[in-house]
Design a binder for this molecule. Structure first.
Ligand code: MTE
Ligand code: MO
Length: 310
């Protein structure tokens, strides 16, 4: 549900209410009528608006936020089009994203299948400005909305043997023309993170961008974002998450292990076998900028590694 940008005076209780309460949209909208907000919220359901979520000021950028038309019009989502990034947005029309179930299973004490609506009610949403770097060397910066993935991990209570997390994207060939045109790919798209990477405060479960629900081409209705890694470590349209003991296989590693490792941390000093990673091209104008180690997130993630995991 989209609403116009509110002015500060319109929701004084926003300041008076703890964030955790404010963002739970099934909370009764106390005083909404008094404040004249009936037209802005689905009062009949007693829900609060999810978007736009309050921006977390901790995450700042060294560059402008990519314009929305560019970030939602230039996409890697091979299930829809494995060649033309600008065509993905035009091929997602048949993709059904509601209802949506996401199963969380494996080595956990409390496995659970979430309905997307329930997931949205579970944790307060926040907006974060993150840089994003594709292994192909294009980059952008987007205002993602979601919650720390660690919130979900804690909720399902991983067992001590759980050392890695596996992710599976949706597999709906009837709705995904790129899957049909590339039957030789090992569909569905699958990815993974080490447990400490999954628990890192940077790792976000994302449901929105630009103050609205995620567009389909950006991974609706729910994806992961790991901004210190190349883009393919941020799987889109997730249907299943599994906690496992061993390092899981990943889609691009399975296809070409010499070019795409499990860690895939952004590193200007480690060239891709077929191109340099020393600089990146910022969409949409493709002006060059130097690539940053861990995409500029060294202070958050360098402690996870011994310096060799790239
Ligand atoms: N399921 C799935 N997830 C995916 C991909 C994909 O093809 N399929 N592409 C990845 C790659 S290579 C990148 S760079 C990012 C792009 O995200 P964006 O289109 O939102 O910028 O999504 C990642 N997640
Ligand atoms: Mo990518």
């Amino acid at each position: 549900m989209l609403i116009r940008k509110r002015k500060g005076w319109e929701i004084p209780e926003r300041e008076a209410t703890p964030e955790s309460v404010y963002c739970r949209r099934r909370e009764i909208l106390l005083g909404a009528g008094f404040l004249g907000l009936e037209g802005l919220v689905p009062a009949a359901e007693g829900k609060r608006p999810l978007y736009p979520a309050k921006r977390n000021p901790e995450f700042t950028l060294d560059r402008p936020v990519t314009e929305e038309w560019a970030a939602t019009g230039y996409n890697n989502f091979y299930e829809f089009d494995p060649q033309d990034k600008q065509a993905v947005k035009d091929k997602v029309g048949s993709f059904v994203i509601s209802p949506w179930k996401m199963e969380v299973t494996g080595l956990v004490h409390k496995p659970k299948t979430f309905d997307l609506d329930d997931l949205l009610d579970m944790f307060p949403l926040e907006e974060r400005l993150y840089r994003m770097r594709c292994v192909e060397a294009w980059s952008m910066a987007a205002p993602w909305t979601g919650f720390p993935f660690s919130n979900l991990v804690k909720l399902v209570e991983p067992k001590a043997e759980a050392k890695y997390v596996r992710f599976w994207s949706a597999s709906k060939p009837k709705e995904m023309p790129g899957m049909r045109s590339t039957p030789w790919y090992p569909w569905p798209f699958f990815e993974g993170l080490r447990m400490d990477e999954a628990m890192n405060p940077l790792t976000m479960m994302v449901t929105g961008v630009y103050g609205k629900p995620l567009p389909k081409q950006n991974g609706a209705p729910v994806r992961i974002v790991t901004p210190w890694k190349y883009g393919y470590k941020s799987p889109k349209s997730i249907v299943k998450i599994e906690f496992v003991t061993k390092e899981p296989p990943t889609f691009w590693n399975k296809l070409q292990s010499s070019e795409y490792g499990f860690y895939s941390n952004v590193n200007p000093h480690k060239p891709h076998p077929r191109w340099s990673q020393a600089s990146e091209k910022v969409i949409p104008n493709m002006e060059r900028r130097p690539t940053l180690l861990y995409n500029g997130y060294e202070k958050y993630v360098a402690g996870l590694y011994n310096g060799k995991e790239f």
